[in-house]
Design a protein around this ligand. Structure first.
Ligand code: HEM
Length: 444
């Protein structure tokens, strides 16, 4: 079959680029309504993007063999931060090998051991949240998810090294948000100078700290549950360990892939809950956690913070769903579109955790974590974190709106609530028995 591109908008590439960036979900939804679940977009300076959202097409893409589609190649812009060994940048055999090394560290059962640490950090953060006044939660959730990654993934204990790394890594991440991070040629010219020079020095300082940490941990592994401990213990099929450079790159990858994504997903959860008091009440009395799980699944459906999985660069002509796509085009798997397809989710823009009460999310109809051999390695980690934060919050607070809902905003590759998840929290009255005890203590 001859390789062709499906039809799509004929507006100039500039107009399409602006729509794609400024209204990341509304714009493609309009195109989906007009052209169906398969259309081609032209963005400035990019190869043709074929946007797919039919579950059968998604299944075929997720299961296509690794030499035909290259997601890693499409993520090259992340290299200055995550490093060349990062699992997210690799394809084919090197990707598979790196992923095999990392999988045990992120396995669901393994994650359970991090519950105590995550709970402690969550309690500490939530205890500092003010009640009775408007508060923007997004920044606070970013601080919390950063702390959780530094302690549970990087394996840092409290102290000077944690403080130094927190500062430097925050600076590195903010470079990732600047337009300069999108311009590799400009970076080459600016080596050692200006903003890029500062970024390079911060990166060197981070690397020195991380290599010193690894040396200490190799000498004295101790009995630790963090991801770093698992990566230090990982071995290849030939019995050799991961190099320090590989481990450094994977820690930075977890930070880039896992910090903003989890913070924004939680921010959307608070934004939605503020508008759904009945959901909050059900959460407060949800003993087994099933309703909480359904609520999280629904937040990730309605607001997938990565509206698309990693772009898959087509290396050889490939037939998906009876259509042949040419080498050089890029397949975009649109979570934001499959999640709002009214044939799959009736009233798709309504926030209804009940959708997932008795139904598990479908592998190809619910893809906030992507799928196939590239599926998010940190999904269990993120879901555990979201469960703990939302559970701790629903025990302490009721969440209220603090103004009209704002359109979502793009921050680099993720989308976030337009108003930074501005809400008003009210402290829940304590259970009657606890309140009586406290009163008795006061009188005595
Ligand atoms: C709610 C939070 C998160 C969301 C929505 C999310 C979503 C995603 C998505 C959509 C992908 C691309 C998958 C694909 O293209 O098929 C991905 C990849 C990845 N994520 Fe996450 N992620 C989250 C949290 C995390 C966390 C906490 C970590 C690590 C601690 C993490 C580590 C990774 C890694 C390493 C990859 C690359 C996997 C590969 O290329 O093989 N993510 N994530």
């Amino acid at each position: 079959m001859r390789a062709t591109l499906p039809p799509g908008p004929r507006t100039p590439a500039l107009v399409q680029t602006i729509g794609w960036w400024s209204r990341p979900t509304a714009y493609v939804e309009r195109l989906r309504d007009r052209y169906g679940t398969r259309f081609t977009m032209r963005l400035l300076g990019q190869p043709p993007f074929v946007v797919l959202s039919d579950p059968d097409d998604l299944r075929e893409v997720f299961t296509t063999s690794p030499e035909v589609l290259h997601p890693g190649e499409g993520a090259r812009l992340l290299e200055p931060i995550v490093g060349a060994n990062s699992v997210i940048l690799l394809d084919e055999a090197p990707h598979l090998e790196q992923r095999r090394l990392m999988l045990p560290a992120f396995h669901g059962e393994r994650m359970q051991r991090l519950t105590g640490l995550m709970t402690e950090l969550t309690d500490r953060e939530l205890d500092s949240w003010p009640a009775g006044e408007p508060v923007e939660l997004h920044g606070r959730l970013q601080a919390l998810t950063l702390e959780i990654i530094l302690r549970a993934v990087f394996g840092l204990d409290e102290g000077d090294r944690l403080d130094r790394l927190r500062d430097k890594l925050t600076a590195i991440l903010s470079f990732g948000e600047s337009p300069l991070s999108l311009l590799p040629q400009a970076q080459e010219r600016l080596r050692g100078r200006g903003r890029f020079g500062r970024f390079e020095r911060d990166r060197e300082a981070v690397d020195r700290e991380l290599y010193a940490l690894m040396e200490e941990r190799r000498a004295d592994p101790g009995d630790r549950d963090d991801v770093l401990a698992m990566l230090l213990a990982a071995v290849r099929e030939d019995g050799s360990p991961m190099s320090d450079e590989e481990i450094r790159d994977e820690l930075l990858t977890a930070l880039v892939a896992g910090h903003e994504t989890t913070a924004s997903s939680l921010a959307f959860a608070f934004e939605q809950l503020a508008r759904a008091p009945h959901v909050q009440e059900r959460l407060a009395s949800d003993e087994g956690g099933r309703y909480l799980e359904a609520t999280i699944n629904e937040v990730l459906r309605l607001r997938p913070v990565l509206p698309n999985a990693e772009p898959r660069l087509v290396k050889q002509d490939v037939t998906i769903g009876g259509h042949t796509y040419p080498a050089g085009s890029v397949l975009i798997l649109a979570a934001a579109l499959v999640h709002t397809d009214p044939r799959i989710y009736p009233a798709p823009h309504a926030f209804r955790p009940e959708r997932f009460r008795d139904t598990k999310p479908g592998t190809y109809t619910w893809i906030p974590f992507g799928g196939g051999r590239r599926r998010c390695l940190g999904a269990s980690f993120a879901l555990l974190e979201m469960r703990l934060v939302l559970r701790a919050s629903s025990e302490r607070f009721t969440i209220h709106t603090a103004g009209p809902q704002q359109p979502t905003r793009r921050r680099m590759i993720t989308i976030t609530p337009g108003d930074g998840a501005r809400v008003r929290l009210e402290r829940r009255s304590r259970p009657a028995a606890a309140a009586a005890d406290a009163e008795a203590a006061l009188v005595a």
